[in-house]
Design a protein. Sequence first.
Length: 305
Amino acid sequence: VRELAFKTPLDIRILTPAESVAEIARLMMKELPPEKLAVEEEVMRAFGLLKPDQDLGQILTGPFAHLVGGFYDPETKALYLIRGMPAQAVVTAHEMTHALQDQHYDLQAAQETFKKGRTDSDRELAFTCLVEGDATHLMEEYLKTTAGGNPIAGVRILLETLAQPGLILNQLRAMRDMPPALLRSVTFPYENGKKFVAGIQRAQGWKGVDAMFAHPPVSSEQILHPEKYAEAARDDPVEIALDPAPEGWELVSEDTMGELGIQVLLTQGLGRREAEKAAAGWDGDRYALYKKGTGRQVVWKTVWD
């Protein structure tokens, strides 16, 4: 369905649900070690996106981890499936797409690039939207083939496999425990990323999706507004440099929020529809969080079309 061939056989490993939760926790701790997790918590609290009594690490490794039906690890080059999880064929199709992406476009090299350059979570999110959007769109196209090309029948198959005892309850529990800002950023690559990739695939075929890995989107703005990714009218963000830290203050974190981040921030006071309108026209931003003793200070610069 994806029109790519595997270069090498897949290493498939089967985990129990308990083993999968432990492995997901390990991978999350590798990506977000305690010191980095503490910084992420500080930033979210500084912007009012995390309540004082909420523990970000516990949220990421709590009920949310139990929803994962499988995953591909670019470092070990292995595809992990969880024994007894529903919708296994659908999950496998999704994760096999990640394996194909890695064999053809080297996902780990892309991840290392983000670590070496200046921190830009919005740019990294845009690349994640390409990766997850590709796999999610493929999953839906695969479902159509199992349903004889009937998209409605394909959706019915997906809903029937997901509607297993306890699964929906776990999904609702995970969403209830997750801060709205975090939930939006977690679901964005699958929802908006899929729309973004599907639009390219329908217009240019899978070769058009392949070409995006050589020139990926660089901002959540381009995911939200695909016309700003199109070559004829491409709108890449302005790169902003902040002034040196104020005297006596120590830098905690520096990053880019992006259009999606501003949407999320403004949703708290405006509601989602008004926040989307307010954030449109973003052209770049950069923020820094400083500390001095128990004091915290945010410096934030934005540029608009």
